[in-house]
Ligand binder design. Structure first.
Ligand SMILES: O=P(O)(O)OC[C@H]1O[C@](O)(COP(=O)(O)O)[C@@H](O)[C@@H]1O
Length: 334
């Protein structure tokens, strides 16, 4: 696959008014989401739930792609159609989460590093055969008085860059995701400084590993105060700080930036994205790749009555896609 092919996939992922739905929760994470609403974490429930989301009528009007988990990319609809086939028919680009999750970084209490590079070349080749066109890797950056150490930042961005280079070799668009976690009592200024350090190191590392930015997507957190910070920020403040840090660290050759929701409410995540686009134009499209902020309302509804609420849950996720699609254009009006 040529760089032009990667470029056109990346551009399609951030097409105007469209974003990504993240349904790549690992088995442990989906367990937490299911348990919170009283759903048993069985393979069939996970399959049925992902089918509900992927077949929601009208979803593809505002959704360009979906990130799947290893189990999900192998699953089929009730009628036996592989999810990836169905997605391609509906114009939704299949993506795959390829990291193996964060583990404690030895010697640096409170810091973590994401694993998954060993054997990645072979796993990527298999995902390509299964129909994936992009792949995602999430690095987790914790904030506290002692964290993150510069060693943690370096270790995480190095892994992100190694994974990104392997993706491009395999013909997949890498979606590189450094997530600065919202837990803690840090201020928005601290969040800004950490984002700045992480993004600066990330783009250095991508350069060092010969990653072509034209065929890469950045998935990132917003500059926001910690959940327990006494001084929460206005929507405009978050939007302004996030855009400022991106402009000072992210090269304009990148085809697009998408945000994770990271524990924000549905409304906050949409309002922040909308406000950022409102103060545009920017060097890159700014869109969404939300997990919880796309799904939580639909999941809640479905959990109450899986049969009776099926269609309503599908309408709910499609409505969230529409709202976020409008926010990606700066046209959401609450
Ligand atoms: O810990 P896991 O299972 O990898 O899941 C992390 C989740 O975080 C995300 O990167 C972002 O999700 P949110 O929008 O809910 O923060 C998802 O793509 C992913 O499902």
């Amino acid at each position: 696959m040529s760089i032009e092919d990667l470029e056109s996939i990346a551009q399609a992922m951030v097409a105007p008014g469209k974003g990504i739905i993240a349904i790549d929760e690992s088995t442990n994470t989906i367990k937490k989401r299911f348990e919170a609403v009283g759903i048993e974490n069985t393979e069939e429930n996970r399959r049925a739930y992902r089918e509900l989301l992927l077949t929601a009528p009208g979803l593809s009007e505002h959704i360009s792609g979906a990130i799947l988990f290893d189990e999900t990319i192998r699953q089929k609809t009730r009628d036996g159609v592989p999810f990836t086939e169905l997605m391609k028919k509906n114009g939704i680009i299949p993506g795959i989460k390829v990291d193996k999750g964060p583990v404690p970084l030895a010697g640096f209490p409170g810091d973590v590093v994401t694993e998954g590079l060993d054997g990645l070349r072979d796993r990527l080749a298999e995902y390509v055969k299964l129909g994936a066109q992009f792949a995602k890797w999430r690095a987790v950056i914790n904030i506290s008085d002692e964290n993150p150490s510069s060693t943690a930042i370096e270790a995480n961005v190095h892994a992100l860059a190694r994974y990104a280079a392997l993706c491009q070799e395999a013909g997949l668009v890498p979606m590189v995701e450094p997530e600065v976690i919202m837990d803690g009592d840090h201020t928005i200024e601290v969040s800004y400084e950490v984002h700045e350090a992480v993004l600066r190191s990330l783009f250095n590392a991508l350069y060092e590993q010969n990653v072509m930015l034209e065929g890469t997507i950045l998935k990132v957190s917003m500059v926001i105060p910690g959940k327990n910070c006494d001084e929460q920020a206005e929507v405009e403040e978050v939007a302004e700080a996030t855009v400022r840090v991106l402009k000072s660290t992210v090269p304009a050759s990148l085809p697009g930036i998408v945000f994770l929701s990271g524990g924000q409410t549905d409304e906050q995540s949409t309002a922040h994205l909308n406000a950022m686009n409102h103060i545009g134009p920017h060097p890159w499209p700014l869109s969404f790749s939300y997990g919880r902020a796309m799904q939580q309302a639909a999941l809640k509804l479905w959990s109450k009555d899986m049969k009776a609420n099926y269609a309503e849950a599908q309408k709910t996720v499609a409505a969230r896609a529409k709202e976020n699609g409008l926010a990606a254009l700066g046209q959401w009006n609450g």
